[in-house]
Design a protein around this ligand. Structure first.
Ligand code: NAD
Ligand code: IPM
Ligand code: MN
Length: 359
């Protein structure tokens, strides 16, 4: 099997973690005889610095012509004060998601037993957590009309939170279908006590539930959900929510898995899917080889599963990560007593070795 993968390292730790995910995919390729062909392209601040725009036409074309996209991270303080269309966030990542039609962002929150003590949360609370958060990715506040104007006394700034029935139905359908293949529990998270868009969200999800009588649907307000996630995360199976709520809840939920550096993601819905860690470019540790590459390597496993239908190979990566963690190897963010501290590259090497060694 030949798979064409666009590799977009981006900014900050992006350039350190993407090579480690490529290593894992190459190990899988060697083991099973698949050919993964990587073509690298510029995105974010790195693109802006090199060619003057954060999302070059050439990058977008490469992504469209590839079978899947592997992204590191974009953004950083260097580009924070530029006009919004040049900033890596609004100028590259958001348009890329929109252009590729990636309306669903899947973020698995899984705690590996080896990392129980790496989390700041209590062992009995988090042990056995396995949640899939499905975040709507191309609507809501991120893509609604924005405005900034002078007023006699200062300025006025507007962000618009828009959702249509169609947008809600397609993400909810994906969530019901996904829940059906798991523990058949779906929790839809909104703020229907205040927001009109959330009222439409709740009505639409409730209506669709009639087609899925085998899935247990519950609704939860987002503020309560933030609390419930740290109180008793095991109550959740699949969570579906709108763009902004999903962004915030998943960073929070990442601590159940020990670190934001463990949280993978798959953005799907279009012809070509995009795989990236849920975290950002981590400017505070960039260039120091401290970054945890596991979120990106797990995202590569999701690529094998969702884009290439290579389930066994995806599991090989996931099992290799478990074995490396069981052997005690730790990057700084998940370091604990008795752990063996390794840098980004060493962690990637250990995982690639395990992929090759395991039967
Ligand atoms: P961040 O996710 O980059 O970092 C938050 C904290 O988590 C930092 O202390 C960082 O060191 C730590 N961290 C993140 N990933 C880690 C890893 N793999 N290993 C170890 N520690 C890790 O969030 P931020 O600092 O708020 O944002 C920095 C920049 O990244 C901003 O420009 C932001 O817009 C951008 N960003 C990009 C993406 C993306 O590309 N998808 C996602 C989030 C933030
Ligand atoms: C993420 C990031 C992005 C988002 C930013 C960088 C635009 O935080 O992927 O979670 O908010 O979607
Ligand atoms: Mn985020």
């Amino acid at each position: 099997m030949i798979c064409k993968i666009a590799s977009l390292p981006g900014d900050g730790i992006g350039a350190e973690i993407v090579p480690e995910a490529i290593k894992a995919l190459q190990a899988v390729g060697r083991k099973y005889g698949h050919e993964f062909v990587f073509t690298e392209a510029l995105i974010g601040g790195a693109a802006l610095d090199a060619v003057g725009v954060p999302l070059p036409e050439e990058t977008l074309r490469l992504c469209r012509e590839s079978d899947a996209v592997l992204l590191g991270a974009i953004g950083g303080p260097k580009w924070d004060n530029l006009p919004v269309h040049l900033r890596p966030e609004a100028g590259s990542l958001l348009p890329l998601r929109k252009e590729l039609g990636l309306y669903a962002n899947l973020r698995p929150v899984v705690l590996y037993d080896a990392l129980i003590d790496a989390s700041t949360l209590k062992k009995e609370v988090i042990q056995g957590t396995d949640i899939l958060v499905i975040r709507e990715l191309t609507g809501g506040l991120y893509f609604g009309e924005k405005k900034r104007e002078q007023t006699p006394t200062g300025q006025i700034a507007v962000d618009t939170l828009v959702y249509t029935t169609e947008e809600i139905t397609r993400i909810a359908r994906l969530a019901f279908e996904t829940a059906r293949k798991r523990k058949k529990k779906l929790c839809s998270v909104d703020k229907a006590n205040v927001l009109e868009s959330s009222r439409l969200w709740r009505e639409t999800v409730t209506e669709l539930a009639r087609e899925y009588p085998d899935v247990e649907l519950t609704h939860m307000y987002v503020d309560n959900c933030a609390m419930q996630l740290v109180r008793w995360p095991k109550q959740f199976d699949v969570i579906v929510t709108e763009n902004t709520f999903g962004d915030i809840l998943t960073d929070q939920a990442s601590m159940i898995s020990g670190s934001l550096g463990m949280l993978a993601s798959a953005s799907i819905g279009g012809k070509v899917a995009l795989y990236e860690p849920s975290h950002g470019s981590a400017p505070d540790i960039a260039g120091q080889k401290k970054a945890n590459p596991i979120a990106t390597i797990l995202s590569a496993a999701l690529m094998l599963r969702y884009s290439f239908n290579l389930e066994k190979e995806a599991q090989d990566i996931e099992k290799a990560i478990v074995r490396v963690l069981d052997k005690g190897y730790r990057t700084a963010d998940i370091m604990q007593e008795g752990g063996i501290l390794v840098n980004t590259e060493e962690m990637g090497d250990r995982i690639a070795e395990e992929i090759l060694e395991a039967k």
